[in-house]
Ligand binder design. Sequence first.
Ligand code: SAH
Length: 221
Amino acid sequence: MNPYLPDRDIYRRARERMVAQQIAARGITDQRVLEAMRKVPRHLFVEEALRDQAYADYPLPIGEGQTISQPYIVALMTEALELKGEEKVLEVGTGSGYQTAILAELARWVYSIERHSRLLERARRVLEALGYRNIFLRVGDGTKGWPEAAPFEAIIVTAAGPKVPEPLLEQLAEGGRLVMPVGDEYSQYLVKVVKRGGTFHRQVLEPVRFVKLVGEYGFAE
Ligand code: SAH
């Protein structure tokens, strides 16, 4: 059976439960975010042996020493971007492509950069099979952003860096929101930056633990 067919989705109930118990119960209220997380088949973004755990309350390995983020963290970061539907969004760290799909449900265009080409090609296959047509993917160092497509109304970095990369701040549109884990290799805080009147307003959300952002404006390998 084609695993991408939406009917007979045995995982749908697991998704409903995930949203109710892990996401809505912890205070995520943006109905569009909750709806997207009920819709996107997260189990297709992990390897077959891990599918039964795809809707559990923790991150999972995706190869290359990387992880797909915990569902609640995906929801928290996505809600913080305040997407209404018409935005151009930049994601740094495509990984499995799961967060990319959530963004594609909620914004007009999604640009996503991943440094590991193997991960990117796998994500590309899944996203194409699911029929997304508003996603642009490329391999590279996302700490430099995607200048040709800037400015972005929202930027999300799904790996942890020592500080917010300067090029990403430059590529944020007026009124735009950026969300990223900032700290050392072992523990970080989610930081939200809003650009208003040409100045950057910073707000700290929650303590988190992400894999390293490796690049020119991130950590050394
Ligand atoms: N959003 C992804 C998270 C993957 S983990 C998901 O839910 O699956 C973070 C990803 O960031 C990893 O795949 C890692 O390879 C990637 N990454 C780290 N530094 C990067 C950089 N400078 N540019 C692009 N991707 C980077």
